[in-house]
Design a binder for this molecule. Structure first.
Ligand code: ADP
Ligand code: MG
Length: 418
């Protein structure tokens, strides 16, 4: 009558509450159950967390999950606890008592998933303690953060490079959504010392309709765009904190439920705003890139970019926050040449080494080319990540309204004839 707890379908349904696996999840889960070292690249919203949470529940011992942001850990652990999954966390944002309590939970075998910030894992004491514990695997979430080629490099992540040396017998898994070839190669070199089984799933997010429009009187345009989507939840990305504040203010003045979010807010304020975002279903959040990584709200209907993102990777990651529930969603970018120039200057003046600057310029140029493309946007985007398609998506702005090309040949012919 009662199915074995060890069955992964059983666990999927009864513990996680899902009726079936999504594309790409099963092979990764099986690989982790076999104890292999794995790099999995799957689109945002694909369900990467489940790929390590489920094996962590099935394996003996406990899994250590490294995550770059405290908010991200808090969010995931809260979700898991709510479904009765024994998870805990250790990071600097909690009291010593809280951290100790979760450590005891691990020691007693109660906690199966322990989330930790990289800087915690790097302390010699923690490493030594873990050496005497039944760690089932190490999981590095948002693994692109280890690569300087990636768009979200974190110094803390560099310290993860010797996990494989210090814990040679413990399987290691790394997950990311956004890694072009350079970043993937860099991840495998750094964390896996050259050897990992790779699972790269397509990058397509077919429910997101992409639009790029020429930027004109952007504040007014924003109001119109939001008004047309009244009642839906959206994210408006702005380049600066000031830009985010202004966008939120003008939307509020127009009667919309809007809030700014950026790294300049006090911690308590940020937490409160995040909480409002998670609990209200019509809130438009006007944010800098400080908002987003790991945001797991399924029903975000649109992402509007008031300014050009830094790169194709950043753009892809940011629009990926829309439509995680698989329902129709939109990504609208307001493209202006001044923003492109500004981005170029930001790279020139970044102080990075020339090699990094070169890669950054290439990525920015790819994004500019995407904005100026006259063929299906989805296909241009996907081809950048090595995923070639020739069927147009049918719902980007180019597919909806093909640009009218000046017919130079006809004119030339006419000129020659007369
Ligand atoms: P990712 O980390 O890949 O961006 P998440 O792990 O945050 O994505 O998952 C995105 C959403 O998909 C979550 O709300 C999660 O609960 C849901 N999800 C994951 N796996 C399944 C599944 N097999 N069936 C239905 N929903 C799923
Ligand atoms: Mg994730």
């Amino acid at each position: 009558e009662k199915a074995a707890l060890g069955d992964k379908h059983e666990m999927l349904q009864h513990l996680f509450g899902f009726s079936s696996f999504r594309d790409g999840q099963e092979p990764v889960i099986e690989s982790l159950l076999r104890g292999e070292d794995v790099l999995a690249v799957m689109p945002t919203g694909a369900g990467k967390s489940l790929c390590f949470q489920l094996p962590a529940m099935m394996k003996d011992g406990f899994a250590v999950i490294i995550s770059p942001l405290i908010a991200l850990m808090e969010n995931q652990v809260a979700l898991m606890k709510a479904s009765g999954i024994p998870a805990g966390m250790i990071h600097s944002g909690r009291s010593r008592a809280e951290n100790v309590a979760d450590w005891q939970g691990v020691a007693s075998g109660e906690i199966k998933l322990l989330y930790m910030s990289p800087e915690r894992l790097l302390t010699p004491r923690m490493r030594q303690a873990l050496g005497n514990m039944p760690v089932s695997m190490f999981v590095i979430d948002e693994a692109h953060c280890i690569s300087q080629w990636g768009h979200d490099f974190r110094k803390d992540y560099l310290g993860l490079a010797d996990l494989k040396t210090q814990f040679p017998g413990v399987p290691l898994a790394a997950f990311t959504a956004t890694a072009d070839e350079a970043t993937r190669g860099d991840i495998v070199r750094r964390i896996f010392h050259g050897q990992a089984r790779q699972y790269v799933q397509g990058f397509d997010r077919p429910n997101i309709a992409i639009t790029v429009e020429e930027k004109r009187s952007s504040a007014k345009r924003l109001e119109t765009l939001v008004k047309m989507r009244e009642g839906d939840q959206g994210i408006v990305y702005c380049l600066s904190r000031k830009g985010a504040e202004q966008a939120a203010e003008s939307l509020r003045a127009a009667g919309h439920n809007a809030l700014a979010y950026h790294a300049g807010l006090e911690d308590y304020d940020r937490a409160e705003r995040l909480n409002r975002f998670l609990t209200e279903d019509d809130l438009v959040i006007c944010a800098t890139v400080a908002f987003g990584m790991g945001i797991d709200k399924p029903d975000i209907r649109y992402v509007i970019h008031m300014n050009l993102p830094a790169s194709m990777e950043a753009y892809y990651q940011e629009i990926g926050r829309a439509g995680r529930d698989g329902e129709p969603a939109e990504a609208i970018l307001l493209y202006g040449y001044n923003d492109l120039r500004l981005r170029r200057t930001m790279i020139d003046e970044s102080g990075a080494v020339e090699d990094v600057k070169r890669v950054e310029r290439h990525r920015l140029d790819a994004l500019a080319a995407f904005c100026e493309a006259v063929t299906c946007r989805r296909n241009v985007l996907l081809s950048y990540f090595g995923d070639m398609r020739d069927d147009p998506c049918g719902k980007c702005d180019i597919c909806r309204t093909p640009p009218v090309m000046a017919d130079g040949t006809a004119e030339a012919k006419l000129a020659l004839e007369t």
